[in-house]
Write a protein that binds this ligand. Sequence first.
Ligand code: NAD
Ligand code: UDP
Length: 310
Amino acid sequence: MRVLVTGGAGFLGSHLCDRLIEQGHEVICMDNYFTGSKSNVAHLFGNPNFELLRHDVIDPFKVEVDQIYNLACPASPPHYQHNPIKTTKTSVMGAINSLGLAKRVGARVFQASTSEVYGDPEVHPQPESYWGKVNPIGIRSCYDEGKRVAETLFFDYHRQNNVDIRIVRIFNTYGPRMNPDDGRVVSNFIVQALRGQDITIYGDGTQTRSFCYVDDLIEGFLRLMNKDEVVGPINIGNPGEFTMLELAEKVIAKVGGKTKLSFHPLPGDDPKQRKPDITLAQKHLDWQPTVSLDEGLDRTIEYFRNTINV
Ligand code: NAD
Ligand code: UDP
């Protein structure tokens, strides 16, 4: 098959391109390099099945493809809040352009949605049937509401135009090729510990997240995309739940050194807790995570040790 991956030069997109190339597909990777980089896919440059396109998803695109994975969107709060209007445009116009192309060429189209559609959840863990508690006017809204509108557009193109859609709701994912300056918690803590800097805990560190290793997540993507009859939305994430203090302790224990904790104000609308209910993924995709947080952290620490200047 010929497959388009928007946001393909980012953290998740580059791992997805790798798996698709391994499976023998032709891959068109489209990116504007806002948070991604060519270096994430440089190892694929000589491969005749791989093509890189500099393009912004907010502008329409035409390519003949069988499948489209729409991943283009900054994912880390400091990056998506840098230009919030652009973030909403990226989600909304990116969805419209991906769906318009899918309609035109008859491709199956996949949306990288997010656990952020649940906002600061009152239901715990979060099943797909939960509609969420999202602030429509806060500093995270450009991302959360943009992704919610994208889901709406996916379902309306599906109902109105019979477009073949798939939607995955991704919970916090980490691993090699995260940008060291990305600002997300796993990369921040590891890079700080490796550099001997204080680990920055926002708030009192009792908020929780569930961390999925990237290889597990990509396996879930491929299973959903290539399964008939299951449209989603479907949660993909690791149900292990940890406080940020627990995460910091693990990273310090693994990296060693004299790193201490420093406490900073909690950013606005930061969700208090988050944990996926993965019953649907287990039932429909026979999917569940295989990499524990300890194992995934070891692999990620190894990656950063070899790639950043400490
Ligand atoms: P990332 O920032 O590494 O990747 C996003 C990619 O999209 C980058 O390569 C970036 O340059 C590109 N991009 C951004 N705006 C664009 C635009 N207007 N046009 C073209 N390309 C553009 O983040 P990631 O973690 O790889 O996230 C990928 C997708 O998965 C995003 O849609 C994100 O919302 C979603 N997601 C990720 C997580 C996670 O924990 N990693 C969680 C939930 C959802
Ligand atoms: N966080 C933190 N220190 C950091 C970065 C993040 O304590 O240096 C916290 C942040 O406030 C949030 C959690 O870690 O409660 C996860 O943050 P991240 O930005 O990785 O993802 P998201 O909030 O989008 O789930």
